[in-house]
Ligand binder design. Structure first.
Ligand code: MN
Length: 302
C-alpha cells in the first residue's frame, strides 16, 4: 500500500539544549506545519550519547511531560516533593497544569531516552499540578510485534496513566518478520524509530525522522529484518491553538509573559525543588516579536 499524500516524513533537527556538556537532542515535533499530533506537542529523542543528564530546576505550565528512558535511569525531583528514579520500561508523567518546577539528573554515562509533551486542554490546563510514576504498564505480544502502552489505549489495552484528551503513546518492538497494528481511525499518528529500522506500509523508517500518519487509518503493517524499536504516538487532532515558548504552553503572548515573570520572581506558582542549593535555570529573554499561536497548515516542501 502506498502512503497517501497527507502522510509525511517529518525530519529531525538537532537542537542544542545548552549547558556545559552541550547536549544535543533530535527534535521532530513541533514541525513548522504541524504543531501537534493529537495533543502531543513536543518530541525529543536524546542519545545514546555517553553523557550524563543534568537539567536543573525549571518550570512548566499547561502541559504534561512524558519521560521514557531507554538506557540509564533518571532522578526526578519536583516542587510537589517527589524524588525518585525512573528506569527503562517505566513512565514518569508530570502534569504541570497551573505550574510546577522539576529537575532531571542522571549519573549514568550512557543516556538514551525520549521526552515528550502533551498539551492540556482548556478544561484542565490551569488545574493543580500532579506527578505519577508507573512501573507496571500493560504489554502485548503478537508474533514478532510486542509493545508497552505508556499512555492511553492501544489494541484494547489501557494504561493507568492520567490523560486529559483522547490520545495514545506506546513503545513497539519488532523481531524479524511482519505484523499489523490496529489503530483508532479517529486518531492521527506519528511513528519514531530509535533502534534499528522497520518498514511501515512499504516505507523504510530508521532513526531520525518522524512518520506522520493522517487520521482515517485503521492499521499499519510493520516488517523488520532485524530487531527494531520505536514509539507510536497519536490522538484526535487537537483543535485548540496553543502558544508554546520555552517550557510554557499558554494561549496568548500575555499569558506567556506572565508565566515568565512568575518564574523569574521565584513566586508561588512554581514552588521550590529541594536539593539543588537554590540553583535553577533562568528563563531566556523573550523575543522582540509577539508570540503567536502555532497553526497547522498544508505541508510545505522542505
Ligand atoms: Mn522539564
Amino acid at each position: 500500500m502506498s502512503i497517501p499524500v497527507s502522510d509525511r516524513l517529518l525530519p529531525a533537527r538537532d537542537v542544542p539544549l545548552g549547558g556545559v556538556r552541550g547536549v544535543t537532542v533530535e527534535r521532530t515535533l513541533p514541525h513548522r506545519d504541524l504543531p501537534t499530533i493529537g495533543a502531543w506537542c513536543f518530541v525529543d529523542h536524546f542519545g545514546p550519547n555517553g553523557m550524563a543528564m543534568k537539567v536543573l530546576p525549571h518550570p512548566h505550565t499547561g502541559l504534561q511531560t512524558v519521560t521514557w528512558p531507554l538506557v540509564g535511569q533518571i532522578r526526578h525531583r519536583d516542587s510537589l516533593g517527589n524524588d525518585l528514579l525512573v528506569k527503562p520500561g517505566e513512565l514518569n508523567l508530570m502534569t504541570a497544569g497551573h505550574g510546577i518546577a522539576h529537575s532531571e539528573l542522571s549519573d549514568d554515562p550512557v543516556q538514551h531516552g525520549l521526552q515528550l509533551w502533551v498539551a492540556l486542554p482548556a478544561a484542565t490546563r490551569d488545574g493543580a499540578p500532579a506527578f505519577e510514576h508507573h512501573g507496571d504498564l500493560p504489554t502485548f505480544e503478537d508474533g514478532p510485534l510486542s509493545g508497552t502502552v505508556m499512555v492511553g489505549e492501544l489494541v484494547g489495552l489501557r494504561s493507568p496513566a492520567t490523560i486529559h484528551s483522547p490520545l495514545v503513546g506506546a513503545e513497539l518492538r519488532m523481531r524479524p518478520g511482519s505484523a499489523t497494528l490496529a489503530l483508532d481511525p479517529a486518531y492521527e499518528h506519528g511513528l519514531l524509530v530509535f533502534d534499528g529500522e522497520v518498514e511501515v506500509d512499504g516505507t523504510m523508517l530508521e532513526q531520525g525522522p518522524l512518520l506522520y500518519l493522517a487520521p482515517g487509518r485503521e492499521s499499519f503493517d510493520l516488517r523488520a529484518d532485524a530487531t527494531a524499536r520505536m514509539i507510536v504516538i497519536g490522538g484526535e487532532p487537537f483543535e485548540e491553538e496553543i502558544v508554546m515558548w520555552w517550557n510554557f504552553i499558554g494561549r496568548s503572548n500575555d499569558e506567556i509573559v506572565k508565566f515568565r515573570t512568575d518564574w523569574e520572581a521565584r513566586g508561588e506558582r512554581f514552588g521550590h525543588v529541594e536539593g539543588h542549593g537554590g540553583a535553577f535555570i533562568p528563563a531566556p529573554p523573550l523575543p522582540n516579536a509577539t508570540l503567536l499561536p502555532r497553526r497547522r497548515r498544508p505541508f510545505t516542501k522542505d
